[in-house]
Write a protein that binds this ligand. Structure first.
Ligand SMILES: [Zn+2]
Length: 207
């Protein structure tokens, strides 16, 4: 069985959205052998840093939180689609070349997976593509950018997904994963009532 770890490594130098300093994780010492008898680290991190899932509250005031978490929807078969030929965005037209069906969980592999620095022109899921995916009835969308969209006023891609109960996973690393079908294990930290959850995401070819 081949195992692909498609999560981002959490480290202080990691790529964060728009290179914002406040989005960088901070790892400090709660206790060291100089200050105490044990060694303990303290991690301070925005929940949208690194690989994570979004909940409606991220965009919609009063929206659902991590209380809606359903592990059965995160441990599932997924399809990785190769979109590495695209430069700016995934559009509804781009989806036509791919076989996407109702109840699929799709992961889009794009040029984003090949960059270790934040690209302000990252490939995103344009509103019309989100609309098409909602019409098809996909269960989830995973992207290899730190945002499923950019520069779209009112965050329509997020809204379409949330209204259609489509799971959003952001910050995947798919460089070494060939197009195909996989078993996904997306395991979140169990945090109560938040608008996002950090994920560790593993794909296996044992689908
Ligand atoms: Zn997010």
């Amino acid at each position: 069985m081949k195992i692909y770890d498609v999560s981002m490594t959490i480290e202080e130098t990691m790529m964060v959205y728009k290179n914002k300093p406040e989005k960088k994780p901070m790892i400090s010492f709660a206790s060291t052998f100089e200050t105490g008898t044990v060694y303990e680290s303290l991690l301070t991190m925005n929940l949208h840093t690194g690989t994570h899932m979004d909940f409606p509250k991220h965009i919609i005031k009063g929206g659902m939180t991590s209380r809606a978490l359903d592990l059965e929807r995160l441990i599932t078969k997924v399809i990785v689609l190769d979109m590495t030929d695209l430069d700016k965005a995934i559009t509804a037209k781009d989806l036509e070349d791919h076989d996407i069906n109702k109840d699929d969980f799709v992961l889009f592999k794009t040029k984003n997976s090949f960059s270790e620095v934040f690209d302000f022109d990252f490939v995103y899921v344009r509103q019309d593509a989100a609309q098409r995916l909602a019409e098809i009835g996909v269960k989830g969308i995973g992207v290899d950018a730190l945002g499923i969209e950019r520069d779209q006023e009112g965050y329509p891609t997020h809204k379409i997904c949330f209204e259609s109960d489509i799971i959003i996973i952001e910050g995947l690393r798919l460089k070494s994963v060939p197009e195909g079908t996989y078993q996904m294990f997306a395991l979140p930290l169990k945090i109560k009532e938040t608008e996002a959850l950090p994920l560790s995401v593993i794909l296996t070819d044992h689908a």
